[in-house]
Every structure is written in structure tokens, then in C-alpha cells.
Design a protein around this ligand. Sequence first.
Ligand code: EPZ
Length: 428
Amino acid sequence: MDRIRIRGGNRLQGEIPISGAKNAALPLMIASLLTDETLTLRNVPRLADVQLLLRIIRNHGADMTVDGKRAGQLGHGETIHLTARQIVDTVAPYDLVSKMRASFWVLGPILARCGEARISLPGGCAIGTRPVDLHLMGMEKLGAKIELDGGYVVASAPKGLTGNRIVFPKVSVGATHNVLMAAALAKGESILENAAREPEVGDLAECLQKMGAKIEGIGTSRLIVQGVDRLHGATHSVLPDRIEAGTYAMAAGMAGGDVKLVGARGDLFDVLFGILAQAGIEMTTEADGLRVQRDGNGIEPVNVETQPFPGFPTDLQAQFMALMCKSTGTAAVRETIFENRFMHVQELVRLGAEITLNGDTALVHGVETLRGAEVMATDLRASVSLVIAALAAEGETTISRVYHLDRGFESLEGKLTHCGADIERISG
Ligand code: EPZ
């Protein structure tokens, strides 16, 4: 298994190209199952999760061709053409769905297009139990009959889905994606209340519009969908990854320096500007991206609480905690989205951090010096928080189980090396 070795202490200086968003690319790829024509997606990041999802949607009958960039080039992503002329299999098996939760979102498109679907329940994962009740409630509201059988969701709507008003009791990104895709092909009007407002939901909705879907309220928590009989092919570019951009902003803040995040869009995370400014990190919008600077001054402690968009994203909580490990005081980091998203705490402590956990809140007492150690990646965002801490730690840090990083960060070592970090991958 590959490991990553980092020797801390270098400031970061230069440009980092921001890739297409993993969490937009995945639902966009799934949307290809809604039509028998070709969906062309540009700026698709090269990630393990994208590869895995390709396997899953091919299993259902999607064909794929790729126009790529040369290996080693950074920044522009790939263009993929997905064509699901026919859904050849309406079953999504456990061995595939259990590897990646987002694959459960094939439920909506397959059910809407074929009138039936048998999709494995995804099971829990390292960050929490992560139920799918809201997805199932949405499908039932659209007229599907749902049964659970041997760990599978068996959904049927032989006469097709029918539009309805769906009120989500809790904001769920995945349930919004899933129900939105199903509603696009349902008969009549659907209204999704308390829908997730994450930019990745907006990106999916815009792509669906290009495919012929009728959707109003994009970017709000009330999506109104007039179902259509069929969707057609389209071309869409995946929006830039705000979580990747936020991660490198925190890396630059932690290590100090001056980094341009090329292609990053400030409007995708307003909340971060204020929080980083309070921490003493300057982030400014430039024509082609965002610039992040921190001079020699200390990092100020800032309390944060994760919230659905436009609040502080849970997918940046671990990275922010790493940053706070070197603040000049105590910061409270509260996780409200997932019940178990603190696995990075014990690994950060191995690097010398002082963190006390109290329920859903971590109190991070800043220390002057972090020291390199052997640590272990536990999930995607937790892993990259260790990279951030290691960039500012004295000596050498080795991170094992880096396959977690490969799920969601394209060319991480390449991008950081380019800015002066001392980081390398050790194979085997
Ligand atoms: C998406 O997961 C993202 N994944 C996650 O990113 C992200 O952390 C999360 O949204 C929150 O922003 C992708 O986009 C592929 P949710 P999702 O449904 O859709 C509860 C990363 O690191 N819930 O919005 O699975 C759930 O347990 C990943 O890139 C129900 O109770 O998250 C959680 O507490 C990790 N019932 C909350 O809602 C349901 O039916 C939000 O989950 C569904 C969710």
C-alpha cells in the first residue's frame, strides 16, 4: 500500500489548479442513466471514486469513451462521453454499492426510466451510520412501492412515477440528487422542499436542464420540477471543487506563503472568506481564481460549526481542525452533520496536537510546534487534514492508507510539490 512522506516547514508559493468537483462529477455521471443519448462531461477529475462509479454505471449499461489529457499534465480534467442506450441491468449489487455510497443514487434514474430497481443498501461508513430513509421517502412520494429484501431496496413503479410535494425533514445532498433525477422523468409537477442548496446540487440541476428537464428554483431550498417524458443528450462542464480549493487554502494558511488557486470560485464558499480572515489568512478573488496569503503572523483561533450550504461544510471540518492545531488559542469545532466525523483527532494528536473531544465538539488548543510522526489515513477528508498538519510539523511525517486520498484529491503530491512542499509518494 502506498504511503506519503512529508517533511514539514516549507512555505507554499505558486499556483495550484483546482480540479472538477468529485461531488458534482459523481451525480452528473449517474444522470447519464436518465437518457438513451450521450451525456458529455468535461472537467471530470481523475479520481478513484470516478473510476469506481464508471464501473457501476457500465454495469447498468452505460458505454463510456474518454478524451483525456496526457498523463502528468495537471488541471484540465477529462472529457468523458457516457451513453446508456439501454439499461441492461436494474440491479446494483452490494459489492459495488458498499464501496461507494454515492452509487446508491442510481436508484432514482433507474426507477424512473425502467419502472423498477433493486439497489443494495449502502451500509454505514467510517463517518457515521448514514441512513437512506429520506431517499426512500422521496421515491415513495413519487408513487414507487418500496420493499426491503435481503439488504436490497426493491423499488417498483410499473406505470411510472408521478410528481408530488416532497418535504425533506432534514437537508440531504444525496436524497436531493436522487429524488431530483427521479422527478425529472415523473408525470406532472414535483416540489422538493428543504432541498439541499449545495452548489453540486445546482450543477446537477443545470445539467438536467440541458438534457431537457424543467426545473425552477435552482440554488434555493425549493426545487420545482415539471416532469418530462424523456431527456436527451447534452454537454456539461463539472464545476470546480470548492472542497479541494478550501483544503489548499487551509494548507497555504497552515504552511504560510502565497498561493493562487487557479479556477477556484469564491462564490462557491462565501463563508470561508470570513472564517479564514478571522484566522489571519487573506483570501482574495482574482480574475482566474482565488489567492491565499499568510505572512509570518500566528494563526488566530476561530470557532466553527458545520452546517448545510451555505454554512461551513462538513467536508472541510477536518482540514480546519488541522489548521487550528497551530492557532494561538483555543478553537471549538462542532460537527453537526455526521455523528462520527472525528477520526482525524487521534491522528492529529500523534503529531502533537492538543484536542479534547466533548460530544459533537472538539476543543482544539493550539500548540506552537507539531512534530512529524507515522499516522494513518482513515477517510478522505481526515487524510488530507493530516497532510495539512504535516506541512507545518517539524521533521518527517509518513501517512499510510493513502488510497483514501486518491478517492478525492487529484494529483495531491504533484500540486503541493509544485508550490514548494516537500512531499512524496512511496509505493508499495
Ligand atoms: C454528500 O454525502 C457528500 N458526498 C459528502 O461528502 C458530504 O459530506 C455530505 O453530502 C454532506 O455535505 C457526495 O456528494 C458524494 P447527506 P451524502 O445525505 O449525500 C443524514 C466527501 O468527503 N441522512 O447530505 O451521503 C446523514 O446521515 C463526502 O466528499 C439521513 O438521515 O450526505 C447525515 O447526517 C463524505 N437520511 C445528513 O443527513 C438520509 O436518507 C447529511 O447527509 C440521508 C441522509
